[in-house]
Design a protein around this ligand. Structure first.
Ligand code: PEP
Ligand code: MN
Length: 346
């Protein structure tokens, strides 16, 4: 259920409504908007009786049932897009935000050179894995804490924000200390212990779609994080596994449009893992802008042939730079349509 309070509802009225919701056996989650307080009620109880009672409670404007199984992340719950402020940029707002960097942090020179290069090209966020989920236990597993420290150095040197993967609930405090955005990788999208732990921290989360997960499952995973207290989530389409072998994964580009209909959360596209081929990355990046994604996460490496992971899908710095220039006219149109859409809903 969602309960919209009247614009000038008093604190006592809001508290009374929350109390009433709890009496019916529901959990309360409230969002304090600029104009009004909106309260979400989730759990198992007598919906009809609860709605009737709330509609008669002072201060309540409307009380309605949310039909989607994901509640807090649904558009039914919140019409305005969620905006996540990182490094002066607002992801989900009026700016198309690009995150870029190597698959793995390998050494100081590699990460600093990449950070400087992607910042000069217009990226706002530096990506780089310190904890790497690898298919083979014999492959490079990442520099762990050392990698996080190198990312912090790169942030210091360039002013870029940092996005890096978190693989285990035991690492949440450590990774949160260094990262501006914590990435949940495709392989961990349904690691529910991790999702619950991330709900308890305030850092923004980049939640990647599992390689065999449906859009609904992705939204349910986001719901886990929100239901445990952290609403700062962006979703990421990174390709799914299909019968097609021409690309590493099959990019479900439509997922971006579907998510924009179903949720208020920002949507990021990862053209690197979606294709597995650097030559295909710029074309897919353009498609992401055109379909209305909020940003990109792109793998870039100063010397892809020597990369310790995902070299084949990593752009050279020069190619990343030219791709960013090629995207400019598309981003200009993107901004115009965002502003028109915002004006239409205002
Ligand atoms: C990555 O970002 O390097 C990565 C491992 O991504 P995914 O979880 O999408 O495979
Ligand atoms: Mn990678």
């Amino acid at each position: 259920m969602i309960i919209s309070m009247r614009p000038h509802a008093t604190r006592e009225e809001i508290d009374r409504v929350c109390e009433r919701i709890r009496e019916f056996g529901y959990k309360v989650h409230s969002i304090e908007g600029e104009e009004r307080v909106v309260i979400g009620a989730v759990g198992m109880g007598d919906v009809t009786a609860c709605l009737e009672s709330l509609e008669a409670t002072p201060g309540v404007e409307t009380a309605m049932r949310i039909s989607a199984p994901y509640k807090f992340v649904s558009k039914e719950f919140k019409k305005e897009r969620t905006r996540i402020r990182v490094n002066g940029a607002e992801i989900g707002g009026d700016e198309f935000v690009v995150m870029a960097g190597p698959c793995s942090v390998e050494n100081e020179k590699q990460i600093l050179d990449t950070a400087e290069g992607v910042a000069a090209a217009g990226a706002k966020v530096l990506r780089g894995g310190a904890f790497k989920p690898r298919t083979s236990p014999y492959d490079f597993q990442g520099l762990a804490l050392e990698g996080l420290k190198l990312l912090a150095k790169a942030r210091q040197a360039t002013g870029l924000a940092i996005v890096t993967e978190i693989m285990s609930e035991g690492d949440v405090d450590t990774v949160a200390e260094y990262a501006d955005i914590m990435q949940v990788g495709a392989r961990n999208m349904q690691n529910f212990a991790l999702l619950k732990a991330l709900g308890k921290c305030r850092r923004p989360i980049l939640l990647k779609r599992g390689m065999s997960s449906t859009i609904k499952e992705l939204l349910m995973s986001a719901e886990y994080i929100t239901a445990h207290g952290n609403p700062n989530i962006m979703l990421c389409e990174r390709g799914i596994r299909t019968f097609e072998t021409a690309t590493r994964n099959t990019c479900d580009i439509t997922a971006v449009a579907v998510l924009n209909e179903l949720t208020h959360l920002p949507v990021i596209l990862d053209p690197s893992h979606a294709t597995g081929k650097q030559s295909l990355v710029p074309a897919l990046a353009r498609a992401a802008v055109a379909i209305g994604a909020d940003g990109l996460i792109v793998e870039v490496h100063p010397c892809p042939e020597k990369a310790m992971s995902d070299g084949a899908q990593s752009l050279r710095l020069e190619r990343f730079h030219s791709m960013m220039q090629e995207l400019e006219p598309y981003i200009k149109l993107w901004k115009e349509s965002r502003l028109t859409a915002a004006a239409a809903t205002a």
